[in-house]
Design a protein around this ligand. Sequence first.
Ligand code: ASP
Length: 423
Amino acid sequence: MNQRAAKKKFRLPLWAQILIGLTLGVIYGSLFKNQVHYVGWLGQIFMRGLKMIIAPLILTSIISGVAGLGDSKSLGRLTLKTFTYYILSSLAAIITGLFMVNMIKPGVGAKLGFSENVANLPVTKKSVTELVVQIVPDNIFRALADNNMLQVIFFAILLGFFITQLKEDQKQLLIKLFDALFDAIMKLTHFIIMFAPLGVFGLVSVVVSKQSSLGHLFASLGIYMLTVIAALLFHALITLPLTLRFIGGINPIAHAKAMGDALLTAFSTASSGATLPLTMDCIMNKSGVSEKIASFTLPLGATVNMDGTALYEMVAAMFIAQVYGIHLTFMQQFVAVFTALLASIGAAAIPMAGLIMITIVLSVLGLPLEGIGLIIAVDQILDMLRTTVNVWSDSTAAVIIARSEGEKLKVEAKRAKQKAQKL
Ligand code: ASP
């Protein structure tokens, strides 16, 4: 074996490198609380690099994906399937949360000695109608500049669709142009992803260094945290794997392995948006989903399909009701399920968005907005976990939809080969 081949053979996979970055980040952040500025910039550069490519990635991937679908019938079918899946999986997550919070009752009798002043909290006063109206951009350049993913997606789907309505020569020209742009952005994505282990190290060091009183927080909010975590784990380790196995016919472990880089990045960045370039890379290059399906489902999923956030909205709202001793009737809980769904759809794919959206759920249910002050202290760690579940669910959707469109995936091909070798 020559030296180059040996080097290639012993190269650690990216997910393992990211895991090392994460572990070192935990160690550095806890040992050198006051020296995190020496490494924090690594995380900042990584996050900025990812954010830099979100808008062009969404724009080019959706336009080339939608234009490549060819006709309005395929677009209609894919849209219907994708949205049905997103809504059902988010509802399943919310119901898991509702069940757990009613079983464990983390807020009943809880004596929380502290509550942060709501005046300093990031609350949103947007109504549900406003959220819907704002999907339509009034200025596409502002939408791009603000990284407003939902608005960019809206514009890109329309433009992609109308490209299919052009004369053949014009259509081919634009499809080629956007395909080439998309390929270039994916190459740039690969370049940024190479720095993920260093970026994750910087990000995690800073997060860990800020958790000074985790013990104290855990003492008062531990049961609430455990309720959220148990519900998230149930959804991620039971509901979604069963869906993968029985609806998609895909081995959940093989799929999880393919998605390792994206899941670890989701955990470290707490942003589905920033993780999107990695999610697309893993889904296309490791799972083998076509560019057409990945380009359509993943940017949309990162923005509207947030199972972890939906579940979190439900548990947090019920916890606040329990702490204030407010009993919610069955009908109110029913309304809460749909409000949590809407809040998760409306939440931006950025850190803490879910916490901000709780205001909507609280105001619809008539619960005190100050309640948000009770849970803000432990939001960061829960945000990291729910973002991982969000990305896990997006990737599950992408492979299931690809299978339903008759695509053969790499993860299956590998297993079939292994089986054949055994025989
Ligand atoms: N941080 C989450 C995400 O980007 C959204 C949330 O705060 O729940 O997916």
